[in-house]
Design a protein around this ligand. Structure first.
Ligand SMILES: N[C@@H](CC=O)C(=O)O
Length: 309
């Protein structure tokens, strides 16, 4: 069954116990809460926000099973294996564990060295053989793992690629490449992942695929609707309302810190009990928790009183 990406696709954080083990029960609880919110379309796990590559192979597969059992929503798994063959096998295992979709990461060697022409499309072809619906993941323009338009068009043509998560962070590229993709592939769902400044992207998208979706799903769904309606004043209102929490979580030293800050925001909303992370993530410094709690309040995000069983 095709995934309907046209809404909010949060990338849940992964919870850990105090002894460092994955807290599967805590993750199931978070999954159930997110899935209970109308407008949430899928849950994208094992990505950056989910500390996917910090989990062992077995933990990754178990987390997919837990999400699959906890929610009727499609479970989308990050595919991060470096080699194309490795990524192909990883996708097969994740499909068998219960995933429906794949967020296909670039080979991370490309971040430093760039890619050879044709290699990205072959990676998608290999992963798509698993039966997972694939998301074309566009990295920021400042990285060498960023795909030129021709490469994006080739990837979008691969059967099984049904959406793109665009994080280019270069509006000149966005304003040219998003229409070109839409023109060539009208059914390709366009999703933004510009967590730290969503506003300029909100008028061109079908959905959001964001870590941000963990902590403010209710408001992001309304914000997305305003963007789709081309209602700039209303979208701007949501942008302003969310600015305190955007600043506290995403305008930090690095996007990596955002994954930790997300946990503080979720704790402030009463959804999780601790802010444990796995190395190489580090705890935030003194004062961060108070700052994030104050931002949650200032953005009008309330403490969640009950989570579906
Ligand atoms: N929002 C981030 C982090 C997520 O994967 C991005 O731009 O990729």
């Amino acid at each position: 069954m095709a995934i309907d990406w046209k809404g909010l696709n949060p990338a849940p954080v992964t919870l850990f116990k105090d002894n460092g083990d994955v807290d599967f029960d805590g993750n199931a609880r978070l999954a159930k809460w997110l899935a209970s919110i109308p407008g949430v379309k899928s849950l994208v796990i094992l990505g950056h926000a989910g500390e996917g590559t910090f989990l062992t192979h077995d933990e990754q597969l178990e987390l997919i099973r837990v999400y699959k059992d906890a929610t009727p929503l499609p479970v989308v798994a990050g595919i991060t294996g470096e080699g194309t063959k490795v990524a192909e096998l990883e996708a097969k295992e994740k499909f068998e564990a219960g995933a429906t979709g794949a967020l296909v990461y670039p080979n991370h060697g490309w971040l430093r060295f760039g890619y050879q022409k044709g290699a990205p499309v072959d990676r998608y072809k290999a992963v798509a053989q698993s039966g997972l619906e694939c998301i074309l993941f566009q990295y920021p323009a400042v990285t060498k793992a960023n795909y030129d338009l021709d490469t994006q068009l080739q990837i979008a043509a691969v059967p099984g690629v049904t959406a793109t998560k665009n994080g280019v962070r270069d509006m000149k590229r966005w304003y040219n490449e998003i229409p070109a993709l839409k023109n060539a592939f009208p059914d390709l769902a366009i999703m933004s992942c510009h967590d730290e400044w969503l506003l300029p992207t909100m008028f061109d998208i079908d959905g959001l695929l964001v870590g941000y979706g963990n902590m403010a799903p209710e408001l992001l769904i309304e914000y997305l609707a305003a963007g789709k309606a081309q209602d700039y004043p209303l979208a701007r209102k949501y942008h302003e309302q969310l600015l305190p929490i955007t600043r506290a979580v995403y305008h930090r030293g690095s996007h990596m810190e955002g994954s930790v800050a997300l946990k503080h925001a979720l704790r402030a909303r009463g959804l999780i009990d601790n802010v444990n992370v796995r190395e190489p993530l580090k705890a935030l410094g003194d004062g961060a928790d108070e700052e994030i709690r104050a931002a949650v309040k200032a953005s009008g995000l309330t403490v969640v009183q009950s989570v579906p069983a």
